[in-house]
Design a protein around this ligand. Structure first.
Ligand SMILES: [Zn+2]
Length: 146
């Protein structure tokens, strides 16, 4: 993935917030209330070192277009459900292809892995993701009860 394409994105700056307060402030865009709650709960349980600035749920057609704009390269053997634009710490999520809590947790860990490693390498992302998945597993109960 190459950077250098300027795309207008909503930029959220929250001055004056420190520590844990600032750490939980990222934007979730395009999600239902239930999806947003689930995503935030999963991410909170993973306690990632680096949070995204925003997570954007988009319909499949938009996901495909965005992936093209950001020149996302999907390696052989991988299917793309989400991708992260590192310079803007934005995670794009294909809203038509996510399948429930476990699925979302597994793949968001991968994207958080890219952010933690600050790397576009799938290997680096998976390495970082495994620690996050362990923390999520340790929390050991479904984020939503229904
Ligand atoms: Zn990846």
């Amino acid at each position: 993935m190459r950077a250098g394409i300027c795309v207008p994105l909503v930029f959220v700056l929250i001055p004056g917030l420190a520590g844990a307060q600032a750490a939980i402030d990222y934007a979730v865009i395009g999600a239902t209330a239930a999806q947003e709650t689930l995503l935030r709960t999963l991410i909170q349980r993973m306690q990632p070192e680096v949070l995204p600035l925003r997570a954007i749920f988009v319909p499949h057609w938009k996901y495909v277009a965005d992936a093209r704009i950001f020149r996302v390269h999907v390696p052989t053997g991988y299917t793309s459900y989400m991708f992260t634009h590192l310079p803007t710490r934005t995670v794009f999520i294909d809203n038509d292809r996510i399948q429930g809590e476990q699925f979302l947790g597994y793949w968001i860990a991968h994207e958080l892995g890219h952010l933690a490693a600050n790397s576009v390498s799938e290997e680096d992302a998976e390495k970082a993701a495994s620690a996050l998945r362990k923390r999520l597993k340790a929390a050991n109960s479904p984020a939503l009860t229904n």
